[in-house]
Ligand binder design. Sequence first.
Ligand code: PRP
Length: 215
Amino acid sequence: MTKQLTIALTKGRIEKDAVALLEKAGFDLSFMADKGRNLIFESPDKKFRFLLVKAPDVTTYVRHGVADLGVVGKDVLLEHPTGYLEMLDLNFGLCKFSVASTPAYRPNDHKRKRIATKYPTVARDFFNQKGEDVEIISIQGSVEIAPVIGLADAIVDIVETGNTLVANGLEVFEDICRISARLIVNKASLKNKPEVLDLIHKIETVVGDKEVPFQ
Ligand code: PRP
């Protein structure tokens, strides 16, 4: 008997791109078209169930095994790196992690820098790898104002179009890594449900293979 697969999708843009990718892979997801405020969807044939959740919670659902698979940005995986297997780069949701600040920032001076970020693990790992001791200041959003008002010397944040940086008088000083949406899987599901591997193979055939470089 076919086992039902539960897939946690990051609500918003990633969810829409993920649904489009699955449709391209031959799955009829028209039952998700009229979403309203629903957060859980079951396919009429009961083969799939989709959960629409916040990005960091995708890793939590997959880690606990209540979702077999998840679609979430690499930014979130770098902050929450354990308890799942990363299977595929889906090549959408493209952006990058960068260090940015006002033009007055001097990345090479010897002062101990304060770095504001929503991604403390990413920021700490990046500066550790450079052998640079920095103070990480965790904030929840609107990070771009931190260097402008003197909370921090620079920020580590996501850059997509770069418009938010420009609008706040900031510029990129260093790129850290490329970010894209990834398919993650629960380890036990991968072992015990053959449907998981079938689905991964089907998705793999329709994922664009173009590696988009840093802008
Ligand atoms: C992200 C990021 C930047 C912005 C970058 O924020 O933290 O602020 O998008 O996009 P851009 O380069 O296209 O301007 P998000 O929209 O997630 O909002 P938040 O800061 O409230 O978390």
